[in-house]
Design a binder for this molecule. Structure first.
Ligand code: 13P
Length: 268
C-alpha cells in the first residue's frame, strides 16, 4: 500500500484560489508515488471536483471533506451530511480534527457517530486523535490517544472495503498544529507503534490494514524523515498543503509501506 498524503485546506481561500490550487496539484501529481487527497472547505467542493476531473490521465487526486454531520438529513442548520458529500463526488472525510474537538466541542461519541455515518454511505473516514501540550507534559499522551481511539472508532472501521478506499487514523499532536514544532522522530515512532497496537487490539488482524497518518507542521524540509518513521502511513498536511509545490514536494518524499500496512483479504 502507498502512503496517503492528504491536504487539509481548513478555512482558507476563495473559490478561484481553490480551483487554482486543485489544478496545480492535479497537474503535478503524475509522477508521484503516493495516494493524494485534497480536502477543501465545503463550499468549494463542487468547483474542486470539476477541476480535479479535468486532469491528465494517470493523475488521480481524491477529494475529501473536513467534517460531516452524523445524521443523513434533518433539521440541522448549517450542517452538511455524509450523503450530500458523496453526491458531490467526495470519497474521504476528515473527522474529529482537534479544531472541531476544541472549537465545536466534539466529544469522542460524536466523532464515532460521524464516523459511522461516513461508513454507512461509503465515505472513507480519516479520524484524528492527538494530545495537547499540557497532556504531553503530564505524561498522559498515550492514555489520551488510547481513550480517543477507543471512543471515536466504531465497529467495522477496519473492515476491508470492496471499493479499495481505506480508512485512516491521523495522529496530530495539538501542540504541533500550525506551530512549526514537531515531535521528535522517536516520539512519532512511539506513538504510531502504540496506535498500531491499539488498532490491532480493537479490530484484530484488520487493524494492520489501517494507515496511520502523521499531522502537525509537516513541510517539505521534514517530510522525508517523518514519512520514514515505522507505522507512519502518510501525512495530513495543513499550512503546507496550500502551496501546490510544497504539497507535491511532501508527496514526493512518500514511500511504499510494504508489509507495514497489510489489507486483510479476501473481500467478504
Ligand atoms: P499544519 O500542517 O498547518 O500544522 O496543520 C496540521 C493539521 O491540522 C492538518 O489537519
Amino acid at each position: 500500500m502507498r502512503q496517503l498524503i492528504a491536504g487539509n485546506w481548513k478555512m482558507h481561500g476563495l473559490s478561484a484560489d481553490a480551483v487554482a490550487l486543485a489544478r496545480a496539484v492535479r497537474d503535478g501529481a503524475g509522477g508521484v508515488d503516493a495516494d493524494l487527497l485534497v480536502c477543501p472547505p465545503f463550499l468549494h467542493i463542487p468547483a474542486v471536483a470539476a477541476a480535479l476531473a479535468g486532469g491528465p490521465e494517470g493523475s488521480t487526486v481524491a477529494l475529501g471533506a473536513q467534517d460531516c454531520h452524523q445524521a443523513a438529513q434533518g433539521a440541522h442548520t448549517g450542517d452538511v451530511s455524509a450523503p450530500m458529500l458523496v453526491d458531490a463526488g467526495v470519497t474521504h472525510v476528515i473527522l474529529g480534527h482537534s479544531e472541531r474537538r476544541q472549537n465545536h466541542h466534539e466529544i469522542d461519541e460524536v466523532v464515532r457517530e460521524k464516523t459511522e455515518a461516513a461508513l454507512r454511505c461509503g465515505l472513507a473516514p480519516i479520524v484524528c486523535v492527538g494530545e495537547t501540550d499540557a497532556q504531553r507534559n503530564a505524561g498522559q499522551e498515550t492514555e489520551v490517544v488510547g481513550w480517543q481511539l477507543a471512543g471515536s472508532l466504531p465497529q467495522g472501521f477496519a473492515d476491508p472495503r470492496k471499493d479499495g478506499l481505506s480508512c485512516a487514523v491521523a495522529y496530530e499532536p495539538v501542540w504541533a498544529i500550525g506551530t512549526g514544532r514537531t515531535p521528535t522522530l522517536e516520539e512519532v515512532a512511539t506513538m504510531h507503534a502504540f496506535i498500531r497496537e491499539e488498532l490491532v487490539r480493537q479490530f484484530g488482524a484488520a487493524g494492520h490494514g489501517i494507515r496511520i497518518l502523521y499531522g502537525g507542521s509537516v513541510k517539505p524540509a521534514n517530510a522525508k524523515e517523518l514519512l520514514a518513521v515505522p507505522h507512519v502511513g502518510g501525512a495530513l498536511v495543513g499550512g503546507a498543503s496550500l502551496k501546490a509545490e510544497d504539497f507535491l514536494a511532501i508527496a514526493r518524499a512518500a514511500r511504499d509501506l510494504g508489509d507495514e500496512v497489510r489489507t486483510p483479504g479476501p473481500w467478504g
